[in-house]
Design a protein around this ligand. Structure first.
Ligand code: NDP
Length: 279
């Protein structure tokens, strides 16, 4: 008797560029945990074609989209309905369709907080946090970080005005301040956690800032991930930091949130992080 093949569940990452993405591997490893017949594609789509590409994807039976640079704001504008955390961020990295309506989420912040707290054992409540960078990733993460109740979140950015504006946008959620790197010169005590979230890592660079912000007890976290130490982690090590991590865990945890948003099941992440680190 002819065996019927199971219906393929089609998901994809849409952005530009996307060729480097580890998302197909991560989602394949998640799907294997539940024996789901998943297909995960990479859709390299530039600005003007974004809306039409999303509509085409869902019109042809697609189940879920991840959205990356430069489309996270456009995805927010296109959505019919957003989760509370996507509304807070004003940016979207996960889409699905529900009875013809485009429903959107932002899983970056939850992924970061889960990696810091569950995988690295960092206590965020009452802590002093320094974030370097004020782009889309920081906007996506600020809400979930402030929800954990830190004593202070200071955002430092090359363009100080952008950091100040971001802080103003989130001030209702907690104590958050924006500044330029020069303003950190007056800092006299180290932060508990320093998160690097600029795109300088892509060219092997890192923002330089007052070394007194970092001590052996400071946890230094690079959202950017690479084989071995990133430029930011090297700089922190030289400044005296001893507790360091790159953003592999965030990548997997935000993917797990997206997977649950689409499939209603929570995948196990530890083995997937280990697989990426050993690949
Ligand atoms: P954006 O393009 O939105 O923002 C870029 C930020 O980097 C801005 O604050 C910009 O400052 C700053 N910047 C760029 N070049 C330099 C430089 N040479 N020196 C100092 N600052 C610089 O990017 P995203 O916020 O989307 O992404 C930031 C990083 O986070 C990327 O490396 C990305 O790969 C990583 N990321 C990792 C994730 C993970 O799962 N691990 C998830 C999402 C992002 P200015 O405002 O002055 O231009």
């Amino acid at each position: 008797m002819e065996q019927k093949s199971p219906v393929e569940l089609r998901c994809a990452l849409i952005g530009h560029p996307v060729a480097h993405s580890r998302s197909p591997l991560i989602h394949r490893l998640f799907a294997e945990q539940f024996s789901l017949p998943l297909r995960y594609d990479l859709l390299d789509v530039e600005g003007p074609a974004f809306n039409a590409a999303v509509q085409q994807f869902f019109a042809t039976g697609g189940l879920g989209l991840n959205v990356t640079v430069p489309h996270k704001m456009a995805a927010f504008a296109l959505a019919d309905q957003t989760t509370a955390r996507a509304a807070t961020a004003g940016a979207v990295n996960t889409l699905r369709e529900d009875q013809g309506r485009l429903v959107a989420d932002n899983t970056d912040g939850a992924g970061l907080v889960r990696d810091l707290t569950a995988n690295h054992g960092i206590e965020l409540g009452a802590s002093r946090i320094l974030i370097l960078g004020a782009g889309g990733a920081v906007r996506g993460c600020l809400g979930p970080i402030l929800e954990t109740g830190p004593a202070l979140v200071r955002i430092a950015n090359r363009t100080a005005a952008r950091a100040r504006q971001l802080a103003t946008d989130f001030t209702r959620l907690g104590t958050v301040e924006g500044c330029g790197y020069d303003d950190l010169e007056t800092a006299t005590s180290p932060f508990d956690l320093v998160i690097h979230a600029t795109s300088a890592g892509l060219t092997g660079e890192t923002p330089k800032f007052n070394r007194r912000c970092v001590a052996a007890s400071t946890f230094c976290y690079d959202m950017f991930y690479a084989r071995g130490d990133t430029a930011f982690l090297r700089w922190c090590r030289e400044a005296g930091a001893r507790r360091l991590a790159a953003g592999w865990g965030m990548l997997v945890e935000q993917a797990a949130e997206s997977f649950e948003f689409w499939h209603g099941r929570r995948p196990e992440t530890g083995s997937v992080i280990a697989r990426l680190l050993s690949a």
